[in-house]
Design a protein around this ligand. Structure first.
Ligand code: F6P
Length: 352
């Protein structure tokens, strides 16, 4: 039986969102004869009843466009007076059979609460450049962001080499070091600092001295949420609607400390929102598309309250609850593999 579906994209945008939207509309309209509308601006859409229609024509050529054509925000209905009930009322008023919520930990966390509090008819699609969502092997957006980090590092290598400098690149990722670890590995970083392992700056400086001697220059990748042994660097103390502190600024501090401790000329670059912009990679286009197609199938198979999930090469589904609550931090065996490039690690003792 054909249905009336809605879709929203919440949280920080990322490349691949439009591929999900396109796939949802094609699958819904062509395979099931459904109708699809969007709630714009994430959860703000159903709170304030901000809708737009989504036709095949609207989504036909958005496959290579970054961002989201249906806008996003970090609105939390549970922080708005009567917010959850407003969401439910709007779904009813628009005769929505099922809502597809595309987002990360925060957006899916709201979906999970609505499912539990109101039996809301929701399925989720896992999104975030941070790759920190549980119960899926990968979120779309992550591959594009590490490709951008890799490209930035390629460029930093040539200028660092020309000037015999140490260059520090600060990357996003919030409280998980996936972008730093994978981007840093792809772009041959000489040291990678991640939130999962608070670092001793003196030890990093010693490793950089070794790499500088070996290569003439050195590159450090630092995740925005990485922690000095004394604690994380916060941009300011302001919290967003989901209670997250703003991170940022650690790259400058690392650069300053490294220069002081080593005497090497050191500069820092913050990649910032460049990591979230522009065209998705082929991998993210495919992953977003497969997630979108599967989300519509879930609804027609009456599997509400579920999130589509990548496991190995298969798209499967899990309870939304499994994905939220705790973050998927870096698998340390992967991080440990990068240590051989750090200068100070895995160094056989010189033969007597
Ligand atoms: O969650 C995605 C992300 O890009 C994080 O890596 C980063 O800390 C945060 O969003 C930045 O948020 P905003 O776009 O609100 O500055």
């Amino acid at each position: 039986m054909s249905k009336r579906l809605a879709i929203l994209t919440g949280g920080g945008d990322c490349p691949g969102l439009n591929n999900v939207i396109r796939a949802v509309v094609f699958q819904a309209v062509k395979k099931y004869g459904d109708e699809v509308i969007a709630f714009e601006y994430g959860w703000k859409g159903p709170i304030q009843n901000i809708t737009r229609s989504l036709t095949l024509k609207d989504v036909d050529h958005i496959f290579n466009e970054g961002g989201t054509i249906i806008k996003s925000s970090r609105t939390n209905p549970y922080k708005v007076e009567g917010g959850p009930q407003k969401v439910m009322d709007t779904l009813k008023a628009n005769k929505i059979d099922a809502l597809i919520a595309v987002g990360g930990e925060d957006t899916c966390g709201v979906a999970d609460k609505l499912v539990n509090d109101f039996k809301a008819p929701i399925v989720c699609v896992p999104k975030t450049i941070d790759n920190d969502l549980n119960a899926t092997d990968q979120t779309f957006g992550f591959d594009t962001s590490i490709s951008i980090v890799c490209d930035a590092l390629d460029r930093l290598h040539t200028t660092a080499k020309s000037h015999d400098r140490v260059l520090v690149l600060e990357v996003m990722g919030r409280h998980a070091g996936w972008i730093a670890t994978m981007g840093g590995m792809a772009g041959a970083a000489d040291y990678i600092l991640i939130p999962e392992e608070p670092f001793d700056i003196k030890k990093v400086a010693e490793a950089i001295k070794i790499r500088k001697k070996e290569a003439g220059y050195a590159i450090i990748v630092v995740a925005e949420g990485a922690k000095f042994a004394e604690g994380e660097v916060l941009k300011d103390q302001e919290l967003d609607a989901f209670g997250h502190v703003k991170l940022g600024g650690i790259g400058d501090r690392v650069a300053k400390n490294i220069e002081e401790l080593t005497g090497f000329e050191t500069r820092s670059t913050t990649l910032g929102h460049i990591q979230r912009g522009g065209s998705p990679t082929a991998y993210d286009r495919v992953l977003g598309t497969r997630y979108g197609l599967a989300a519509v199938d879930l609804i027609h198979n009456n599997k509400l309250g579920r999130m589509v999930s990548l496991q190995g090469i298969k798209i499967t589904d899990v309870a939304i609850r499994e994905a939220v609550g705790t973050l998927k931090t870096v698998e340390m065996t992967i991080y440990d593999q990068t240590r051989v490039f750090f200068g100070d690690e895995v160094r056989p003792k010189a033969k007597a």
